[in-house]
Ligand binder design. Structure first.
Ligand code: F6P
Length: 324
């Protein structure tokens, strides 16, 4: 293996830059020529590929976003698009790939590998923490801390006005951000896609809290909850309780994807980036590098995509007990 290209794809996540830096410098350390593909699979198709040296990744370990930019490519989902991508990679002499991203990125990588067999190793980069094969994904810790900061601020005003706030955090299919920021922020209720929280239960918990002299309540809602988005849930509850509860809604949105990565994310990203490039050099292919119980492991893409990563029951139980 001589020439390896790296790309970021799907939703960006804080720490992706630290990961790019580790992959590029790790590859150069081991004598490889390193390339960066701009805008993920789209750049692979259009040929937006550039040589990367050690200095090209200077001063990025602390920066949010991704210097290689990111995209979700519809064209890569077609056989014609993937053929174009393969031809482009061949014209640059690329013989190995490092993919940083989430579920969609590895679904693409799995299909591409089965068709063209270019050895590929992935790094889990998504704020959602919804990938099997790693305890934590790059960006998750930063996103939780960002949400937590917002929840703390909302708690101040909620308390001053004796209000109930529904705060929506990201997580289309996963409640990891919701549960962690909910526990950290002392939320009264956390609603996640993994388990159903009936509105009746939400109302009774809020009313009980009031009876126990609570002056404010926070309900953290993951965007993928089956009862709907936070504004919708709040509306339904308002209809049932009338003016008994003073309800407000805040949607945190993409603020959770930005900002400089936490120390935890920088270190995780560096470890995974180096682990991915060294794995590729040692013959790993079609796998994602992850950290499980503090050990570097490689998990087949197919498992990272298909196997569930449930939220630990203890965490949900804890929200209830700790908010009495
Ligand atoms: O996958 C990460 C994520 O932030 C999800 O939590 C969210 O649903 C989605 O990306 C939003 O993505 P975008 O607005 O970039 O399409």
């Amino acid at each position: 293996m001589k020439k390896v290209a790296i790309f970021t794809s799907g939703g960006d996540a804080p720490g992706m830059n630290a990961c790019i830096r580790a992959v590029v410098r790790g590859g150069i350390y081991h004598g490889l020529d390193m390339y960066g593909i701009v805008r993920g699979y789209s750049g692979m198709i259009s040929g937006d590929i550039k040589k990367m040296d050690s200095r090209s990744v200077s001063n990025i370990v602390q920066r949010g976003g991704t210097v290689l930019k990111s995209a979700r490519s519809m064209e890569f989902m077609t056989p014609e698009g993937r053929k174009k991508a393969y031809d482009t990679l061949m014209s640059h002499g690329i013989d190995g790939l490092i993919a940083i991203g989430g579920n969609g990125t590895f679904t693409g990588a799995e299909v591409f590998f089965n068709e063209y067999q270019i050895p590929t190793v992935g790094c889990p980069g998504t704020i959602d923490n919804d990938l099997y094969g790693t305890d934590y994904t790059i960006g998750f810790d930063t996103a939780v801390n960002t949400s937590l900061e917002a929840i703390d601020k909302i708690r101040d005003t909620a308390d001053s006005h004796d209000r109930v706030f529904f705060i929506e955090v990201m997580g289309r299919d996963s409640g990891y951000i919701a549960i962690q920021s909910g526990i950290g922020g002392g939320a009264e209720i956390v609603m996640v896609p993994e388990t159903h929280t009936p509105l009746k239960k939400v109302i009774s918990t809020l009313k009980d809290g009031w009876k126990r002299s609570k002056s404010s309540s926070i309900v953290v809602v993951a965007e993928g909850d089956e009862e709907g988005h936070a504004p919708e849930i709040a509306e339904k509850i308002k209809k049932q309780v009338g003016d008994k509860l003073d309800i407000r809604v805040t949607t945190l949105g993409h603020i959770q994807r930005g900002g400089g990565p936490t120390a935890y994310d920088r270190i995780l990203a560096s470890r995974l980036g180096l682990g991915a490039i060294e794995g590729l050099i040692n013959g790993e292919k079609n796998v994602m590098a992850g950290i499980v119980n503090n050990n570097l492991v490689y998990t087949p893409f197919i498992d990272t995509i298909q196997r569930p990563k449930p939220i630990h029951e203890d965490l949900l139980r804890m929200v209830h007990i700790l908010s009495i």
